[in-house]
Design a protein around this ligand. Structure first.
Ligand code: CTP
Ligand code: MG
Length: 224
């Protein structure tokens, strides 16, 4: 059973507004990409990191410790393109692929284990999902409430998202009606089942400076 991971890290991090691409921004001395690959490497046999164009070298240096199983490629303009480019480099003998955002570098190992467990149980797509705590309203374009949704059937999806290699390849080979912000969207569009497992608060995507402050505080609490 061979498991590969794709780590999309090619975004610029516009909302974070740092002077470096987001994946190279450090929290408590280690970059987001270094932290993400450190976790991913414990669960997979090979890793492909999609780096921002022009930053392949610093990304390679950041993940040097795992270079035996890690390769770095140049990512694309969109997240989907970055994942597609990485997917094209995977060998055909890979059984499962986990796609994990570099920006979610604090995801606990237990979530990886849950996703892998779901794949090994025969599911072709498995994604972590967190329930909603607030009351959820659907609104119209004029910002008026249309109705209150039943939050028990709604959730926020995270990464790592796991797929059989053939399912992810088929999904990426198709045209998509909207810009896919995650990979499971494309699998849904094919009409294939996507199983959800329990996500985790620590899988928060580092997006803004407030997220970075949250991460710094988290690590400060963990420090001895
Ligand atoms: N990503 C990527 N290639 C892109 C765009 C995004 O590999 N062309 C990656 C990011 O590096 C990140 C993940 O997809 O790990 C989730 O994207 P997001 O959090 O939106 O990161 P950015 O696109 O970098 O941030 P922003 O949208 O604020 O510019
Ligand atoms: Mg983005």
């Amino acid at each position: 059973m061979r498991i590969a991971a794709i780590v999309p890290a090619a975004g610029s991090g516009e909302r974070l507004g740092a002077s470096l691409p987001k994946a190279l921004v450090a929290v408590s001395g280690h970059s987001l990409i270094c932290r993400a690959v450190e976790t991913v490497a414990q669960y997979v046999d090979l890793i492909v990191v999609a780096a921002p164009h022009g930053y392949e070298k610093p990304i390679s240096v950041a993940v040097e410790k795992w270079s035996m199983k890690t390769s770095v490629i140049t990512g694309g303009i969109t997240r989907r393109e970055s994942v597609s480019l990485a997917l094209a480099t995977l060998p055909d003998d890979v059984d499962y692929v986990l796609v994990h955002d570099a920006a979610r570098c604090f995801t606990p190992g237990s979530v990886f284990l849950e996703v892998i467990h779901g794949l090994k149980a025969g599911n072709e797509a498995v994604v972590p999902l967190l329930g909603m705590v607030d009351t959820i309203k659907r609104i119209d374009q004029n910002k008026f409430v249309v109705r209150t949704e039943d939050r028990n059937f709604l959730g926020r999806v995270q990464t790592p998202q796991g797929f059989s290699l053939s399912t992810l390849r088929a999904a990426h080979a198709r045209e998509c009606s909207v810009e896919a912000t995650d990979d499971s969207m494309m699998v849904e569009e094919m009409g294939r089942p996507v199983l959800t497992v329990l996500g985790h608060d620590l899988s928060r995507k580092i997006t803004t400076s407030a997220d970075l402050e949250w991460a710094e505080a988290l690590l400060a609490r963990r420090a001895p």
